[in-house]
Design a protein around this ligand. Structure first.
Ligand SMILES: *Cc1c(COP(=O)(O)O)cnc(C)c1O
Length: 380
């Protein structure tokens, strides 16, 4: 079946829920045994819950995996994935990534003996050299946050596998509607479902999807052993959000591209970082591995931090806030907000400058969004 059909039907079996057409919220911690030494399909909600199961099956279907796992947050999903590794392991990480992931590697896992080595994964030779020193995994984000650089999924997965390393991809920015990393050889897909997958800015959640049965068993074991799973109410809301994922992504994509094109011609804008613009250095690569671009992109404004701050204070429809992927448009300043936890020299080296602004284009009328940005830029 096609994506839109899977989004609405997978994971749900009416006969298991008295014919209910939507999966109910099984707000229960435990389940009665059928008899002594005879558990039913579920026994305890940390190990498994019917609402969570429906979401997990749906996520697996959408990413083309064999198993999905739902977590309390995106960071809980990442933490669980990193517990697949052992003290002394090295993980090669794309040097341009979500600030919270950087913090998890540096401030939580480094002292436990898990060593992240940051490499520009756009440079195949640099990846190859680093892989030769030995690595347990390669961690990809594509497009990256907030610089919107792309990583060649197929080439990176191929190189990593030749050296026996696992490949993990954070697919939060595009959702499986626009990019399905498992099809390019990636082993583990991670999501913050807080973003596009839920899409309504009313839940924090995370997910892991894998294809390999052995990996599925290990992730499932960790989810239960560590207790990082999502609660049933949140799973219900994410499932509801998923039903309109395809429609939302199409509209996010259309509006964001229109705004990016408009900004490209604006005299106060120095550069627009959007992989759907032919001016993007990896525009061609994007066409081969993603079907669209979602609603998030960045731009650099002329006049440095002061001009950026004036723009951020001048918007009325956009909300000044972190996060992305919701129905409402958000605007933020990576240096002082999402990427503030990153050391300034690392940030600067990556190209996250004080003049950089990131937007998450929501589902409002695009004419209102352009008018809002136009007024804010005039005031800058
Ligand atoms: C938000 C985000 C995360 C973290 O997810 P939470 O749900 O906030 O814990 C991880 N990766 C990316 C790319 C994100 O945007």
């Amino acid at each position: 079946m096609k994506f839109k059909t899977l989004a609405i039907h997978s994971g749900h079996r009416k006969d298991e829920h008295y014919g209910a057409v939507m999966t109910p919220v099984y707000q229960t911690s435990t389940f009665a045994f059928r008899g002594v030494n005879e558990p039913g399909r579920f026994d305890y909600s940390r190990s498994g819950n019917p609402t969570r199961k429906a979401l997990e099956e749906c996520l697996a279907a959408l990413e083309g995996g064999s198993a999905g796992f739902a977590f309390a947050t995106g960071m809980a999903a990442e933490t669980t994935a990193l517990m697949l590794f052992n003290s002394g392991d090295t993980i090669i990480v794309h040097n341009d990534l979500y600030g919270g992931t950087y913090r998890l590697f540096e401030s939580v896992f480094r002292s436990k003996g898990l060593c992240a080595r940051y490499v520009d994964l756009r440079d195949a030779d640099a990846l190859e050299r680093t892989l030769r020193d030995g690595a347990a995994a390669v961690w990809i984000e594509s497009p990256t946050n907030p610089l919107m650089n792309l990583v060649d999924l197929r080439a990176t997965a191929g190189a990593a596998h030749r050296h026996g390393a696992l490949v993990i991809c954070d697919n939060t920015f595009l959702s499986p509607y626009f990019q399905r990393p498992l099809e390019f050889g990636v082993d583990v897909v991670i999501h913050s479902t807080t973003k596009y997958i839920n899409g309504h800015s009313d839940v924090v959640g995370g997910a892991i999807i894998v294809k390999d049965a052995g990996l599925a068993e290990r992730v499932g074991f960790l989810q239960n052993a560590m207790g990082t799973c999502a609660g049933p109410q949140d799973c219900f809301l994410v499932l509801r959000g998923i039903k309109t994922l395809a429609l939302r992504m199409e509209e996010h994509n259309r509006s964001a591209l229109a705004i990016a094109e408009w900004l490209s011609d604006h005299p106060k804008v120095e550069r627009v970082l959007h992989p759907g613009l032919p001016s993007h250095p990896q525009y061609q690569l994007g066409l081969t591995q993603m079907r669209g671009y979602g609603g998030t992109f960045s731009f650099q404004i002329r006049g440095g931090q002061e001009a950026a701050f004036r723009t951020l204070s001048g918007v009325r429809v956009f909300t000044l806030a972190e996060s992305l992927g919701g129905v409402e448009s958000l605007i933020e300043h990576p240096v002082t907000m999402t990427h503030a936890s990153m050391p300034p020299d690392v940030r600067q080296a990556m190209g996250i400058t004080p003049s950089l602004i990131r937007v998450s284009v929501g589902l409002e009328d695009v004419a209102d969004l352009i008018e809002d940005l136009n007024a804010a830029l005039e005031g800058a």
